[in-house]
Design a protein around this ligand. Structure first.
Ligand code: HEM
Length: 130
């Protein structure tokens, strides 16, 4: 007979305190994956202004890049993309059976590397911001 587990109520949001590293990796991967899909639409919208001519496109980029919030969102986008790529490559290795016994450590390494790359990018993204 199959074993039964008590998974608790779905509505019990306090369960996040008991999440394992693997659960956080799963949540972050889902979150970052869908943020990237969302960004794709923004990206296409911005690029589409080029259909009105080079001057219109230059104006769009100049306006966007003059806004501090856009610069900050770009830092966030980099963090999301870098984590998704690093954790995604990690998952592909896990799928191949590589590093099965050190999954927690490789997840923490993805997080630390994402943090380091994101912090290092800040001067570039904020250069010239008002
Ligand atoms: C080098 C780049 C990337 C790598 C290595 C990568 C890797 C992965 C992997 C391995 C999964 C499956 C995770 C699992 O086993 O559950 C995944 C899921 C996903 N990825 Fe990526 N990915 C990359 C880029 C992208 C981009 C550019 C987007 C969006 C435009 C994206 C969106 C998603 C989404 C939506 C999921 C499914 C999330 C879910 O479980 O609901 N990924 N990615």
């Amino acid at each position: 007979m199959s074993q039964r587990y008590n998974r608790g109520a779905v509505e019990d949001f306090g369960r996040w305190r008991e999440f394992s590293a693997g659960m956080w990796a799963w949540i972050f991967h889902k979150f970052t994956g869908w943020v990237l899909v969302g960004y794709l639409f923004t990206h296409i919208a911005v690029l589409s202004t080029a259909t009105s001519g080079a001057a219109a496109y230059t104006g769009t980029i100049r306006t966007l890049e003059s806004l501090l919030i856009v610069r900050l969102l770009e830092v966030g986008l980099l963090a999301v993309a870098v984590f998704h790529i690093l954790n995604g490559v990690r998952l592909l290795f896990v799928d191949l059976g590589v590093g099965l016994t050190s999954q927690d450590r490789s997840f923490y390494a993805s997080l630390i590397l994402t943090g380091a790359i994101t912090v290092a990018s800040v001067p570039t993204f904020l250069a010239g911001a008002v």
